[in-house]
Design a protein around this ligand. Structure first.
Ligand code: ADP
Ligand code: MG
Length: 442
């Protein structure tokens, strides 16, 4: 059976168990080696016959490790398998402690290691469970020894439990239990943190993958948009050409109007999309705000249909300069003006102001007395493709925001339904001698 590589938590469990099996085998090998070495030198300080028991235990542990290594790849219940392994470890450990002197064994600290990796592999509750198992085993072992029910193998007479005071025995057992639970709590806590960090990391990696995929799709879409632009231009060109050539017929003219209008709409959409998906790096120039604004507004109000129903007022503070690509600036102001005009249903007013904020900032406000918007709408207006208009693209404000933030500017909106909307754009000023202004007409 193969483990699903995408299932990261499962894969993580699998890897941990693999390492556990490896380290257990390593420990068993070291135990076996050291026991054999000690047996060889006959320098059996604390234990004599038990050496042979230790060897047996080490060999059994090695065999068990082999067995685990063999069945691990065929399992999916890693957590349960982990519980079983670690519980068996605790039994083995109690065995080792028993044959190396029980109460006087130097190996009781190994309980803590088992509890630590239980916490790491089985989470906090697993660590607690193993701590509980170890405590019970150790307590029972010492109690049985204290009662004289069992007799530890090969302990020198000086080290027998009966040579100690009962309060000392109790104290040692108690401290061992405290250590077990303390360590299990700590390791569980750390493991929990590690698990959370890993989860965040995995989520982030997924997010990066998604973004990469989206970027690839965006790349493709902008390629497609480019390809649409040229045929569209030929289409409107040809229709205009035809219109001049064929004799006037009101019905046909109306149809041609529709074609031209829709072609214009498509072109605008494609341009907006390209602007949004692939913003061109700007050619930054020093722009004098009032001059540039006047030029844009002139073009804007030149449209007769707007001119008749919308009154535009200007209140411009002069001599304010900012650094921006004039084309980007035009795009920002144009989109805001267009939205303002579209918000006004029949007749209304747009007030445009340029004013200094402080020595190093200036702001432009564009207010309309149009339909305004609700709190709910306001939350989404900067999202790409969000639109409340039947024929909107929802890209206007996304482009505006993208441009403004790329110049470290700010955009703010205030709106009240039925009353109107005010957009405020804040730019960083350049302190300019005012000798040259390079604004360009839109
Ligand atoms: P679009 O104009 O294509 O709908 P925009 O990104 O320019 O896309 O605007 C998104 C939405 O924000 C609009 O559909 C509209 O609901 C709202 N909006 C923007 N400007 C104004 C405004 N001046 N008054 C009222 N609503 C506005
Ligand atoms: Mg718009």
């Amino acid at each position: 059976m193969k483990i699903d590589r995408q299932n990261k938590p499962l894969l993580d469990q699998y890897r941990k168990l693999k390492w556990l099996i490896f380290f257990r085998a390593l420990f068993a090998a070291v135990l076996l080696g050291s026991a054999m070495l000690m047996g060889f030198h006959e320098s059996r300080a604390l234990f004599s016959q038990p050496i042979v028991f230790i060897e047996y235990i080490a060999i059994a542990l090695l065999a068990l490790s082999l067995l685990y290594a063999f069945i691990l790849p065929h399992l999916f219940q890693f957590v349960r398998f982990g519980y079983i392994q670690i519980f068996i470890d605790s039994l083995f450990l109690t065995g080792i402690i028993f044959v190396t002197g029980s109460f006087s064994s130097i190996f009781s600290f190994l309980y803590l290691i088992v509890i630590i990796y239980a916490g790491m592999i089985l989470s906090r509750s697993g660590g607690m469970f193993i701590a509980f198992c170890c405590s019970v085993q150790y307590g029972v072992l010492i109690a049985l020894e204290f009662q004289g029910v069992i007799y530890p193998v090969g302990v020198k007479i000086d080290f027998l439990i009966r040579n100690y005071n009962w309060d000392y025995v109790l104290y040692k057992v108690f401290m061992t239990l405290v250590a077990c639970f303390g360590v299990s709590f700590l390791s569980g806590f750390l493991a929990e943190q590690e698990r959370r960090a890993k989860k965040d990391l995995w989520a982030m990696a997924d997010q990066v993958k998604r973004v990469e995929r989206l970027a690839a799709i965006g790349e493709m879409a902008s390629g497609l948009a480019h390809e649409i632009k040229n045929p569209l231009a030929s289409l409107s060109g040809s229709i205009q050409f035809l219109r001049e050539d064929i004799p006037y017929d009101p019905d046909r003219d109306r149809l041609m109007d529709i074609i031209l209008r829709e072609a214009d709409r498509l072109t605008a959409l494609v341009n907006d999309f390209l602007m949004f998906a692939k913003p061109q790096p700007g050619q930054i120039k020093i722009v004098e705000l009032d001059v540039a604004m006047k030029e844009i507004i002139n073009v804007f109000t030149a449209d007769n249909r707007r001119n008749k129903r919308i009154h535009v007022t200007k209140q411009f503070f002069e001599g304010i300069f900012i650094e921006i690509d004039p084309e980007h600036f035009r795009q920002v102001i144009w989109n805001l003006l267009l939205n303002a005009a579209e918000a006004i249903e029949s007749e209304g007013q747009i007030d445009i102001k340029i004013s200094p904020v402080d020595k190093s900032h200036a702001c432009i406000t564009i207010s309309d007395d149009g339909c305004g918007m609700s709190e709910e709408t306001m939350k989404s207006i900067f999202d790409p493709f969000f639109t409340a208009k039947p024929k909107g693209t929802g890209l206007g404000l996304s482009i505006v925001q993208r441009i403004i933030t790329s110049y470290n500017g700010l955009i703010d909106v205030q709106s009240e339904p039925e009353k109107g909307t005010t957009f405020t754009v804040k730019f960083r000023r350049v302190i300019n001698s005012g000798l040259f202004s390079l604004s360009r007409p839109g």
